[in-house]
Write a protein that binds this ligand. Structure first.
Ligand SMILES: *Cc1c(COP(=O)(O)O)cnc(C)c1O
Length: 384
């Protein structure tokens, strides 16, 4: 852990988001909190703790390592569902022993789950992921009979908990027809399973964007990532929400803030270059400040000469290239700046704000990518 900078995780902001989402979704929908990618950069440990404080009990992760981290915080009080990777037999044994649930999208995983379940004399809890048009993971139509026969034959060892799919870009209207076709396809497959007396406990398909744009996809459970952290999946989803409400106030609040401090301040003469190479030349006498945050911490190089930070309540611009561990800021107009002054990389200072999306716009990175690149070494502190 270093102390160059820290991330503040705002418990109250999270409560605002979760209250909004619960109210907005159908009444009986189970809320699964997606905490893959180190809880979108917020830290699995910190985020699960605050989510549990709001009675969230279902968490979705990508792999078994993340599942272990959620279990370490939530123990038997939480249900964990792995949506992606599990590596080997010992993973599978741990998963079944701890009643962790998991997506199955290939035959091999189903047979290895059966083998472990028999050995441990404990049921494996599976969510069958079906291909509906994204063409990533999911059983194809040609596998379905095999899967159904397998589930029927091995019901003693395999609990058929969920039937699920994932949409190919519900955050963009450009994908409207593709998503609609996926919804129809999912319903057909669900009916096929029911016709064979295989009724899953949970039907689930929706990520944040699908749950907002296509409410029928909420089904029995929603898998919500980005919105619980206070971000919209895309501007289109936000605009769509505004249109449906006929008013423009954003009900979500950013949970994360990123703060550091001024490391040093000095003067630079007109005509001098700042930093590596020649990407920035002072065209007047300037004052610059160094901040001990760089691309090693997740502040992308694409923000060179572009990024903004808040110091002394003013918006200031990054000059020259982002270095591995530091960046240089133009602070010519800040009269009173000194070493140790707070620097806000994401968040509020005075009446000014820097949102993740504002710097995603500058750098063409999605909120998702920027958040998950925040280094795991940065301390996360819960603000109550
Ligand atoms: C990441 C993910 C989600 C959550 O997506 P958001 O857009 O962050 O809500 C849901 N389902 C699956 C399969 C995912 O991989």
């Amino acid at each position: 852990m270093h102390n160059n900078s820290y991330l503040e995780i705002d418990r109250k902001a999270h409560k605002v988001n979760i209250d909004f989402l619960r109210k907005h979704f159908h009444k009986d929908v189970l809320f699964s909190s997606v905490v893959k990618g180190n809880a979108y950069g917020h830290s699995i440990e910190r985020f699960v703790e605050i989510a549990m404080g709001e009675k969230v009990r279902h968490f979705s992760v990508f792999d078994s390592n993340e599942a272990r981290r959620v279990k370490n915080v939530g123990g038997d009080n939480v249900t964990v569902m792995i949506m992606g990777w599990l590596s080997n037999e010992s993973d599978m044994n741990w998963i079944i022993e701890n009643e962790v649930e998991f997506f199955v999208f290939e035959k091999n995983r189903l047979t290895s789950a059966l083998a472990s379940a028999k050995k441990l004399r404990k049921k494996a809890i599976v969510h069958i992921e079906v291909e509906t048009g994204m063409n990533r993971t999911g059983f194809n139509a040609s596998d379905m009979k095999w899967v159904q026969d397998f589930l029927k034959k091995n019901a003693e060892f395999i609990e058929f908990k969920g039937l699920c799919t994932h949409f190919a870009g519900a955050e963009s209207i450009a994908n409207y027809y593709r998503i609609k076709k996926q919804i129809i396809r999912y319903d057909e497959i669900y009916n096929q399973f029911c016709d064979k007396d295989l009724k899953p406990k949970l039907r689930h398909a929706a990520c944040s964007a699908a749950a907002m744009m296509y409410p029928e996809t909420q089904m029995d459970m929603v898998r919500i990532g980005i919105m619980q952290y206070g971000f919209w999946p895309s501007p289109e989803v936000l605009v769509n929400f505004y249109n449906s409400k006929r008013k423009n106030d954003n009900p979500l609040k950013r949970v994360i803030s990123w703060k550091s401090q001024v490391m040093s301040v000095k003067k630079v003469k007109r005509g001098e270059f700042v930093g590596y190479g020649t990407s920035f030349m002072a065209d007047e006498n300037m004052k610059i400040a160094c901040v001990p945050v760089g691309y090693a911490h997740g502040y992308g190089r694409s923000l060179s000469n572009i990024g903004r930070v808040l110091i002394n309540g003013e918006r200031c611009v990054v000059i020259g290239s982002i270095n591995m561990n530091m960046m240089v800021i133009d602070v010519t107009l800040l009269e009173h700046i000194k070493r140790g002054d707070e620097v806000v990389l994401i968040g509020d200072q005075g009446d000014k704000q820097l949102s993740v999306s504002s710097f995603s716009d500058y750098s063409n990175l999605l909120n998702y990518e920027l958040l998950t690149r925040l280094s795991a070494d940065i301390p996360r502190i819960i603000k109550s």
